[in-house]
Design a protein around this ligand. Sequence first.
Ligand code: NAG
Ligand code: NAG
Ligand code: NAG
Ligand code: NAG
Length: 356
Amino acid sequence: MLLQAVFLLLLHCLASTLGHYELCKSLVSTDEGPVWEQYACQPKTASMKDHMRIKVDPPGITCGNPPERFCTLENPYLCSDECDASNPDLAHPPQLMQDKERTGLLTYWQTVTWRSHPEPLLANISMSWNKSLELSDDILVTFEYGRPTIMVLDKSMDHGRSWHPYQYYADDCMDAFNMQPKLVADLSPANITRVICTEQYSRWVGSKNDKNVKFEVRARFSVFAGPRLQNMDSLYTRMESMKGLRDFFTFTNLRMRLLRPALGGTYVQRDNLLKYFYAISNIEVPARCKCNLHSSQCLLLDGNLQCQCEHNTTGQDCQRCKKSFKAKSWKAGSYLPTPNGHPQLLHTSWFPLRFQ
Ligand SMILES: *[C@@H]1O[C@H](CO)[C@@H](O)[C@H](O)[C@H]1NC(C)=O
Ligand SMILES: *[C@@H]1O[C@H](CO)[C@@H](O)[C@H](O)[C@H]1NC(C)=O
Ligand SMILES: *[C@@H]1O[C@H](CO)[C@@H](O)[C@H](O)[C@H]1NC(C)=O
Ligand SMILES: *[C@@H]1O[C@H](CO)[C@@H](O)[C@H](O)[C@H]1NC(C)=O
């Protein structure tokens, strides 16, 4: 009996120290004996690039079919590099954007060169997961041979039926999109979900100095949680009270629209179009499954991510009640009260229905 009490106490302490919604429930001892205490819970963050389905458009945008030569902005007169889709050593297919880079060997997707100038060189990269996800850190896209001078990141929350711009990127926001250039640092708590155009990741700094284009999640979180995200409770409290905040970080699909490649800090030089193209070596998407705070685990089942629902809920996102429970009492869990939150399901309305 004493041993059991100690065990229960231990479990309870574990729940409190884990914090941040890692446990959905724990057994606690009461005068009437052990009972389950239920908490809001969410899965751990993961590298979602491993589960992403990737598609590039238009057909034929990937280089190498037929084989073609290209050069680089830094070495424009040595056009001896070759892309050849039929040779594994010289091919640059889309899956190289999501492979694990072995040290010393960079692999990347690469497009055809801008031979069609003055027609724009356009490419879309669509990423889908067939699962609602929530960003937990910055999206990081790594470009080889220079970052695009104009691009848009879009997102969908309904599996690609509708799309919304997420962030605009240009070396001149006014010129490209008729938008004032902004930094996430310019945003206040009240307008943190504003869609901005940034010039931070599009200007020419040499192709090796900065290869990354970011969608800043950390900087947006830190507006509420402090510069080192030391006060996540404050962020989670805002997630509950501020309309649209959680949705802002939620997506099922992402799309990059590449609208103009790197130009090397100058105008397009028509006498050498073989140095203009896009090349991406990595796309990092740190996120967690959205389970409406009713699951602490998200598993890959038959190739699809799926929340392992608790609290008598079910569905891909734990977005409804289990069959034998009254459907109208479903609610998403709440981060409040911190640090363990609440499943938000009212016990009184949770008597199982009996079907005859
Ligand atoms: C990229 O997607 C947008 C939106 O669906 C579409 O209008 C555009 O034509 C696509 N571009 C390419 C190059 O496929
Ligand atoms: C998406 O996921 C759901 C639930 O896991 C599954 O039933 C469905 O077949 C999946 N769709 C595709 C296209 O994989
Ligand atoms: C956000 O709000 C701040 C302060 O209210 C304001 O200075 C800033 O211009 C706003 N940013 C945008 C992008 O609207
Ligand atoms: C789920 O159902 C069980 C059995 O009716 C009940 O004891 C438990 O409290 C319910 N869970 C929640 C989170 O309401």
